[in-house]
Design a protein around this ligand. Structure first.
Ligand code: ADP
Ligand code: MG
Length: 484
């Protein structure tokens, strides 16, 4: 039997506001436990929430970025449940009238093809506090600093058909929210987490199977692994004559499996009702249009422009548009050297390699985009050869110079293209290598091409890497062949 996987994601994004969604308390990460929750966040009697306009603006920006309808009116509801990290006894959320209506996101798959995933809606809500199990023996600690942090919950349609597609979707959402600057997207700190809904059905069956919801998966890799495990589990269960229960499960990265947490609750279990403390949010057209005008160029548009205008391959365009710092760095390199392909090669090659080796982000790079662009210019105008360029790059990386020109000058790396000078070096090498010359002359003609490598190496060494390699090759061949 052939099975098809069906996946829908609910992504929770912490919005990068300075204060909470309904109070003035700080949202900064990593503060002393319980130092950043105020009376409103704690739900003490006699206080009233005030909606943070920044959170509204950020939600609308996201909606516009995914081509969604922005309804004129949205309403906050209370979702009632008891849990120690929720002292109010309800979470303020949006159930029936979310701030962002249906939209869509373009995702890029491994083979560089794209696919559209529909967004069902996105709504604003507040985060809860955190239960801390590790530091307390036989007890649980509660840190309420996170209570009231604004969340945008982005709910997809069940449009994904593999773990890879789900990860690609999550990456697309990550890239959109970080481009917009509405979230830092830091998954390790919980700024972005997702609930993964998974079901399977026999290939060709129009109805969906029963889904399980895996809660709070917090890395791209875990999303893929949780889905892989869950798909296996469901298929085996059905093939053994069992039935998938609609339930909430937890992914355990240590054991690489999902475990049942509780049976799925229904909306009516929560006794949703409109929050009497908050007015409906009414957005006028001008406000929305003002936000639309201020949108930055988004990843999908950049990717498209990098291909159509700059002539980059789909692969290059995709890598270079994935994050905004990467895209901006690349564009400045390209503008400095004037060649998109060269800029793309250097940014993805030498530059990204060096960042990865030292585990640095682009913002922490010791070499800036202008310096790299100028270095590439000196390769393109033949001032230096490829080998010297790597040395210049290293020197700039190690802060041994302000600019490529300064390093080239200081280290004497200017490429030698003067035929006379190169010939003189070749003559010396040939004179110093009688045995190799004899071998060369005795070798079969088709083997000589390879043997010339030894001489090229010696001449390059003699020139400290600065001789023009094409000229060295050509002149060497002429001189050696003259000895045959
Ligand atoms: P709830 O609000 O109870 O969590 P929703 O119907 O709003 O349920 O769906 C939540 C998520 O589950 C959505 O992202 C949706 O795409 C996904 N989903 C719904 N049905 C299925 C299914 N049969 N298989 C996989 N995902 C599903
Ligand atoms: Mg849900």
């Amino acid at each position: 039997m052939q099975w098809e996987t069906v996946i829908g994601l609910e992504v929770h994004v912490q919005l990068a506001t300075k204060s909470k969604i309904f109070s003035g308390a700080s949202t900064a990460f990593g503060a002393e436990p319980n130092s950043q929750a105020c009376a409103v966040d704690l739900g003490l009697p006699g206080v009233l929430p005030v909606l943070n306009e920044q959170a509204v603006a950020m939600a609308v920006q996201f909606g516009l970025a995914v081509h969604a309808e922005i309804p004129e009116v949205s309403v906050f509801d209370r979702k009632n449940y008891f849990y120690p990290d929720l002292p109010k006894g309800y979470q303020t959320s949006q159930m029936y009238h979310p701030i962002v209506g249906p939209g869509e996101v373009e995702i890029t798959l491994d083979d560089d093809t794209t696919k559209r995933v529909r967004i069902h809606h996105a709504h604003l809500e507040e985060d809860a506090g955190k239960s801390l199990h590790e530091d307390f023996h036989g007890m649980t600690g509660i840190d309420l600093n996170r209570a009231g942090t604004p969340l945008l919950e982005i709910v997809s349609e069940p449009d994904m058909r593999s773990a890879k597609e789900a990860a690609a979707y999550l990456k697309a959402i990550h890239s959109i929210v970080t481009y917009l600057g509405i979230s830092d997207g830091n998954m390790a700190e919980g700024s972005m987490r997702c609930d993964v809904n998974v079901s399977v059905r026999p290939a060709g069956q129009p109805e969906f199977g029963t889904r399980a919801e895996i809660k709070n998966v917090n890395s791209f890799r875990f999303v893929e692994r949780a889905i892989a495990f869950e798909v296996e589990r469901q298929i085996e269960l059905i093939e053994d004559g069992g039935k998938v229960e609609q339930e909430t499960r937890l992914f355990d990265p240590e054991r690489d499996e999902t475990r049942s947490m509780r049976t799925k609750e229904e909306a009516n279990d929560y006794r949703y009702f409109p929050c009497p403390d908050l007015l409906p949010v009414v957005l006028d057209q001008a406000y929305v249009e003002h936000l639309r005008d201020a949108l930055p160029e988004l990843p999908a548009d950049k990717r498209e422009r990098f291909q159509s205008e700059l002539g980059l391959s789909a692969y290059d365009a995709n890598v270079l548009s994935a994050s905004r710092p990467m895209a901006e760095f690349f564009e400045e390199v390209k503008n400095t050297c004037g060649d998109a392909k060269q800029a793309a090669n250097w940014v993805q090659g030498e530059f990204s390699g060096a960042l990865n080796r030292e585990n640095l982000s682009i913002e922490e790079s010791p070499i800036n985009a202008r310096q790299l662009g100028e270095l590439i210019t000196r390769v393109m105008d033949d001032t230096i050869n490829g080998k010297a360029a790597k040395q210049v790059f290293q020197a700039l990386w190690n802060n041994q110079g302000e600019s490529a020109d300064e390093v080239i000058e200081a280290k004497g790396l200017k490429q030698v293209t003067d035929t006379g000078a190169i010939e003189a070096m070749i003559d010396e090498v040939i004179a110093a290598s009688p045995a190799q010359v004899a071998q060369y002359c005795d070798a079969e003609p088709e083997k000589r091409g390879k043997m010339i490598g030894y001489f090229v190496g010696q001449v390059m060494k003699a020139s400290r890497g600065t001789a023009n390699p094409q000229q060295v090759n050509q002149l060497l061949k002429e001189k050696l062949d003259a000895k045959l």
